[in-house]
Design a protein around this ligand. Structure first.
Ligand code: ATP
Ligand code: MG
Length: 329
């Protein structure tokens, strides 16, 4: 679909010192604290953070559904408060919550959404695009089904179609793959990646860090409303945990190893920086009578990096990243 970037060559999205405080009788919550970063046109950008970090709050402010307590958000140069209509028209937003008017079919829901965004002169004008969306999202055979008859994963697909129906240059997805089956996840990502290649800007939040690692060129991590990391995905991976020791263990992990381990059922992963650290982990295990199975050493992934950053651990010091070159005398 053709992309029209309105306005001058601004950032696609610009968050400028955005703070948000929710007040209440129980006291107030500082959901966002001076969040500042830009997303450039055509970027595939990931916004990560644990539950309650402020991701959805930031997206609601971007969408004009909620007001920042202070700061400013621009979409292609249009302020989301003072120039709401133009900012909103540039955005296609897939919300985290499933919300529908249950009286319409899937196709009607999309046609109505087209109308909201001014594709209204000829209600059928957008039908070819609606057909394409239905096909890419595996909804063709549900086009005439009432939205209330759909399963949770299918409802989420309709939300994605709804967000894209007015061909927005900036696509914002708040956990679009939560509760979605593996096959659709893959087709959805192929489709969104294609739109990004065609020039669309994508802002994604997800708890599937493998997806974020595979898709996002740049990432911001939020923790308690603050940006605690902002960099290219490759730089975040390179500047953090160097390698992970992975094995299966049927006995309890020695206490000395627990602080640095990531345990999923029988699978244990421990960060190691060099061979001596690998030796020492294995020695500790043996001393405890542990027998690791399927032992392997692999590169740290985004999940390792994410956990490190959330624990507040510093990045690797430069000498570990780039060993000094041998200088011949
Ligand atoms: N309407 C509201 N009123 C009061 N507090 C709110 C409201 N919405 C969110 N919060 C609080 O703001 C903080 C950030 O919530 P937010 O939904 O933005 O987190 P999130 O990063 O999207 O989390 P998740 O990964 O669970 O979706 C939380 O402490 C939350 O309880
Ligand atoms: Mg959220």
């Amino acid at each position: 679909m053709p992309v029209h970037h309105p306005g001058p060559a601004d950032a696609a999205i610009s968050f400028r010192s955005v703070s948000k405080c929710y007040g209440g009788s129980q006291g107030s919550v500082q959901a966002l604290d001076s969040v500042t970063f830009d997303i450039e046109p055509g970027e595939f950008f990931g916004l990560l953070g644990p539950n309650g970090a402020g991701k959805t709050t930031l997206i609601s402010i971007l969408a004009g559904l909620s007001r920042a307590s202070s700061g400013q958000v621009l979409v292609h140069g249009h302020d989301v408060v003072t120039d709401y209509a133009r900012a909103r028209r540039s955005l296609g937003i897939v919300p985290q919550e499933l919300v529908f008017d249950p009286f319409f079919t899937v196709r009607e829901t999309l046609q109505i959404q087209s109308g909201y965004f001014g594709v209204r002169n000829d209600p059928r004008a957008n039908d070819a695009w609606i057909d394409e969306l239905l096909e890419h999202l595996g909804l063709t055979d549900k086009a005439d089904a009432n939205t209330r008859q759909l399963s949770g994963g299918m409802k989420r697909r309709v939300l994605v179609a709804q967000a894209l129906v007015h061909r927005p240059p900036v696509i914002v997805l708040d956990e679009p793959t939560a509760g979605v089956d593996v096959e659709l996840r893959q087709t959805l990502w192929q489709f969104i990646a294609r739109l990004c290649k065609e020039g669309h800007t994508v802002l994604l939040t997800t708890h599937y860090l493998e997806e974020a690692e595979a898709l996002c060129g740049r990432l911001a991590m939020l923790k308690q409303g603050r940006v605690v990391a902002l960099d290219r995905t490759s730089a975040l991976l390179a500047g953090r945990a160097s390698s992970m020791l992975r094995f299966k263990l049927d006995t309890p992990l020695p206490p000395a190893l627990q602080a640095n381990a990531r345990v999923t059922g029988r699978i244990v992963q421990i960060k190691t920086r060099n061979a001596a650290e690998v030796e020492s982990v294995l020695a500790t295990l043996r001393a405890f009578g542990g027998q690791p199975e399927d032992l392997e050493i692999g590169r740290a992934d985004l999940e390792d990096v994410f956990l490190e950053i959330m624990r507040g651990e510093p990045a690797l010091s430069p000498p570990l990243l780039q060993p000094p070159r041998q200088v011949s005398a």
